[in-house]
Design a protein around this ligand. Structure first.
Ligand SMILES: [Ca+2]
Length: 239
C-alpha cells in the first residue's frame, strides 16, 4: 500500500510538471479597440460598434450560429466590385511587432451564410497609406449542410508596425468581373477580428534551466512510479 502511494505521488509530480508555465508570446492588441466597417450590416444582424473587437466569440444557439446575436451579418448588397468588404481596426497608437491576424466567421451553407473565400490584411501607420501584410485562404467548402464556426489565421515571420489594420474579406461566390453574380452570393457573418502582437516575452535564462530540470524530474518520477506499480502488482500476483 505504501509503495502504491509513493508510486502515485511520482505520477502526480509528473502531471504537475506538465502544467509548468507556457510562455504566451502573442497578445491581442485589438481587444476593445474601435473599428470601421465598409459594409452596412443587415438590420437584423446589425453591428453595435463593439461586437467585432469585444473578445466574445460566436456561439451556437439551437442549430444556428448566425442567429445567436453574436455575429455581424454582411449581405450581398454590401460588398464592393471585388466581392469584398473591410473592417479597419484603430489600435489607438502605432504598435510594433504585429505578427498575427485572426478573422472569425460562421458558415451555414443551408442558410446562405458562406465562409469568406479569403482574408487579406493591410497595415498602416497613418490610416491613409496601407501596405499588404498577408493573405490567407479559408479553404472552407460551400457544400450544402455545413454548420460551423471557423477562423482564418495569418502569422507573419517578421513583425510589422501598425496603428490601423484593415481586414479585407472576400465573398466566396462572387465572381470578379461578373457583377451579376452578386445575386447569388448570399451572406457572410463575422464575430471577431484580432490583431496579435509579439510581446517579446521569451523564457529567461533561469527559466530555461529550471523548466527542463523540473520536466526531467517529472519524467524520471513517472518512470519510477510506473515501474514501482508494475513491480508491486507482480509481487502481489506471485504471493
Ligand atoms: Ca465579438
Amino acid at each position: 500500500m505504501k509503495k502504491t502511494i509513493i508510486a502515485i505521488s511520482f505520477i502526480l509530480i509528473f502531471a504537475l510538471s506538465l502544467a509548468l508555465p507556457v510562455y504566451a508570446a502573442l497578445v491581442n492588441v485589438s481587444l476593445g479597440m474601435s473599428y470601421t466597417l465598409s459594409a452596412n450590416p443587415s438590420g437584423s444582424y446589425a453591428d453595435d460598434g463593439k461586437m467585432l473587437t469585444d473578445g466574445v466569440h460566436g456561439t451556437k444557439v439551437g442549430e444556428s450560429y448566425h442567429k445567436s446575436g453574436t455575429y455581424v451579418g454582411i449581405p450581398a448588397t454590401s460588398i464592393d466590385q471585388n466581392g469584398c468588404f473591410s473592417v479597419t481596426v484603430d489600435l489607438g497608437e502605432v504598435k510594433t511587432d504585429i505578427t498575427g491576424f485572426d478573422l472569425y466567421y460562421a458558415c451555414e451553407t443551408d442558410a446562405n451564410v458562406y465562409a469568406p473565400e479569403y482574408a487579406e490584411f493591410f497595415v498602416s501607420e497613418d490610416g491613409e497609406n496601407y501596405t499588404v501584410a498577408g493573405k490567407v485562404m479559408s479553404g472552407e467548402s460551400n457544400d450544402a449542410g455545413i454548420i460551423k464556426a471557423g477562423v482564418i489565421n495569418c502569422r507573419l515571420n517578421t513583425g510589422v508596425k501598425a496603428r490601423y489594420v484593415k481586414f479585407v474579406i472576400k465573398n466566396p461566390l462572387f465572381i470578379v468581373g461578373e457583377p451579376e453574380s452578386v445575386a447569388n452570393v448570399g451572406w457572410m457573418f463575422i464575430d471577431e477580428v484580432s490583431v496579435l502582437r509579439d510581446d517579446g516575452k521569451t523564457p529567461e535564462m533561469g527559466d530555461m534551466l529550471i523548466i527542463p530540470l523540473l520536466n526531467s524530474i517529472g519524467i524520471i518520477s513517472a518512470g519510477a512510479g510506473t515501474f514501482a506499480l508494475i513491480m508491486n502488482k507482480k509481487k502481489k500476483q506471485e504471493s
